[in-house]
Design a protein around this ligand. Structure first.
Ligand code: ASP
Length: 251
């Protein structure tokens, strides 16, 4: 799970996660990431983390080495340094170019319907779930803005007794609805993974019809290994790997 997330964080051509991720309105990349284990509900996260990679590994260390669940900003950076992570440059030539272009156009901060994404991975092995995610958040966001990804129950959730889920899309909408917590609770009540994901997306649209304009997607695995995925719009890709076989779950 960790290596899957790291591979995307390190890929400078991915403009929504880790190195190469698009910066905030002041030109700084701020990462959100988290890690959760379904056996004891242990979890760790970092938010608005600058200059350190892999963010998912810092999040995992928050779980392993501290009594806390979430560290933010300078506190998260100090912790990463103390844990032996080396500070590095997350901006690339291309991300600086895109930021300058945005600045020239004078669009308001956070006003971006696209260019954002999250890598989310759920691992399920012998009855135990691990879920992790990482993102640079919405491009041109206000400095200090935190999305759903590092928030347990919003961007990710895992409980071996029910299942695990991870979300992507406009973090504000995902936070408002505690999306992954709802999906996992629906599976606990007996819903299939697919029905749980669809049910929550439908509920969001019923309760707040503007949600259809926001991209939100959720992916889940139930405790019996069954998978599901649902989204407010097209264009979201999800894959399942069982042993050596990879299949696309839908887009
Ligand atoms: N959920 C991320 C955020 O709002 C962005 C995304 O997944 O598209 O920070």
């Amino acid at each position: 799970v960790e290596q899957g997330v790291i591979a995307v964080e390190m890929n400078r051509r991915v403009h929504s996660v880790g190195r190469g991720g698009l910066p905030n309105s002041s030109g700084q990349v701020e990462l959100d990431a988290a890690w959760m284990e379904g056996s004891q509900l242990r979890a760790g996260g970092v938010a608005a983390l600058r200059d350190f990679l892999p963010a998912v590994s810092v999040a995992r260390k928050v779980m392993e080495k501290t009594p806390h669940v979430l560290l933010v900003g300078e506190g998260a950076e100090g912790f990463a340094r103390q844990q032996g992570f080396r500070s590095q440059r997350l901006l690339t030539k291309e991300s600086i170019r895109l930021w300058r272009e945005w600045k020239r156009n004078q669009a308001p901060p956070g006003a971006s319907g696209s260019g954002h994404d999250t890598v989310g991975v759920i691992g399920w092995h012998k009855g135990h779930a691990i879920v992790a995610c990482s993102t640079s958040g919405l491009p041109w966001k206000l400095p200090g803005r935190v999305g759903d990804s590092p928030i347990i129950g919003a961007g990710l959730y895992a409980d071996d007794q029910a299942g695990a889920a991870v979300a992507t899309g406009i973090g504000e909408e995902i936070l408002r609805f505690s999306v992954t917590s709802r999906v996992v609770e629906a599976m606990r009540r007996g819903a299939s993974a697919q029905n749980a994901c669809e049910g929550v997306i439908r509920f969001m649209i019923r309760r707040k019809p503007e949600t259809t304009k926001a991209m939100v997607a959720v992916l889940a695995v139930r405790k019996d290994g069954q998978c599901g995925v649902a989204a407010t719009c097209r264009g979201f890709s999800a894959y399942v790997r069982k042993d050596k076989h990879i299949t696309e779950l839908g887009s």
